[in-house]
Ligand binder design. Structure first.
Ligand code: GAF
Length: 376
């Protein structure tokens, strides 16, 4: 059932409008966001659609096609609403906390962003609701301020210590472009990303591996990076230059922390190098950077699992130019840069590799860069 149909069924009337916000694939730049570094996501065509209509002041009711029943709430404090509706209540809370007069609303949600796959289904949910409420209430809220407000909903209300990558991607990406984002200044550059013109494609391989220890391990990585920055006397690891990496590592006693720092500092450089190659129309050449990013996540940041490493290995052996895990890690998806006409062979190679190790089969599709959040 569509969001509009659900709205009609639940509330017996038409919505005032439909708003949508996408999931994302991060082309490169993993865990760099909360280190105030660089990321390069693009928006997926998969999105969350919010059908929204007015309600009395300070009353919000949400329902969704992914769970039976509606959740109603008034003005709440962080943590008071739980489950998936917390992302909605969190957005309301975050906007109000920033001083905005948030209109009461009835909201019906539908989404085709895969959940728990590292493709930002939660950011798509937050961003669709935030965009709808901002429009409905006529809030004076420029695009560049919106991701941080959605991020606060997740950090403070839901309690997940994530960075600004996912909400920025969902809100600020444009069709046919990758979003080069400076996570310190929030400055963006829209990078043309039309692979089809080159006979190339990004194959997304959902490992369907169960997520393990996601929240805890994410928080541990983040703390380790922040502690390293403190020891090194810099505001964030973004401030450790690549040519100062060896010195910085010498100043850290802890071997695990050294590896975390090495990942972040080299990953920031790989994002910059990827952007330079894309801007020079040398798309195939980003392949080795993608693969190096994966090796860094596997060996230094230690956030991959066997199914993910296997998908990367199989894609590369089937001729991919490069492949890497995308997203927070411990499961989720791999992306591979391939010749479009190698898609079937690459998928087969990954499926065969999975079957050999008796893993749940992967789900694969070609991803194109869709639009960011907006009214439909
Ligand atoms: C998750 C987080 F939500 C992002 O902020 C980012 O840190 C990402 O993992 C890793 O790059 O998606």
């Amino acid at each position: 059932m569509s969001a509009a149909d659900l709205f009609h069924k639940q509330f017996g009337t038409e919505p005032a409008g439909l708003w949508a916000a996408p999931g994302r694939v991060n082309l490169i730049g993993e865990h760099t966001d909360y280190n105030e570094g660089f990321v390069l996501p693009f928006a997926l065509p998969q999105r969350t659609v919010a059908a929204v209509g007015p309600a009395p002041a300070d009353e919000w009711t949400v329902c969704s096609t992914f769970e039976d029943g509606c959740v109603s709430f008034g003005v709440t404090a962080p943590g008071e609403v739980t489950g998936w509706a917390a992302y909605v209540a969190g957005v309301v809370w975050s906007l109000r906390d920033a001083g905005f007069d948030v209109p009461g609303a009835r909201i019906a949600l539908d989404s085709d962003v895969p959940v728990g796959s590292g493709l930002s289904s939660s950011a798509a949910l937050e961003s669709s609701v935030l965009t709808a409420l901002a429009d409905l209430g006529g809030l004076d809220l420029p695009l560049e301020r919106r991701p941080a407000l959605a991020q606060r909903a997740e950090n403070v209300y839901v309690g997940a210590p994530t960075g600004i990558l996912d909400q920025s991607a969902s809100i600020r990406c444009q069709a046919g472009r990758a979003l080069f984002l400076d996570c310190r200044t929030y400055e963006v550059k829209q990078i043309p990303f039309d692979l089809a013109a080159e006979g190339l494609a990004i194959l997304v391989i959902n490992s369907n591996a169960p997520h393990q220890h996601v929240d805890g391990e994410y928080g541990v990585r983040r703390k380790s990076c922040e502690e390293a920055a403190r020891i090194l006397g810099v505001p964030a690891l973004r401030d450790v230059p690549l040519d100062g990496l060896a010195d910085a590592l010498d100043r850290l006693d802890d071997e695990v922390m050294r590896r975390r720092v090495r990942h972040i500092v080299t990953e920031d450089q790989r994002v910059l190098d990827t952007v330079a190659l894309l801007e020079a129309d040398r798309v195939r050449e980003i392949g080795p950077l993608l693969t190096a990013s994966h090796a860094s996540m596997r060996d230094d940041f230690e956030i991959t699992v066997r199914q993910i490493d296997l998908a990367v290995e199989a894609a590369l052996s089937a001729g991919a130019y490069g492949a890497r895990m995308t997203g927070g890690g411990f499961g989720g998806c791999v992306l591979a840069l391939i010749d479009t006409d190698r898609a079937d062979a690459t998928i087969e190679a990954v499926e065969t590799a999975y079957a050999k190790e008796a893993f749940t089969p992967p789900t694969c599709w070609i991803a194109t860069a869709g639009p960011g959040a907006g009214r439909l």
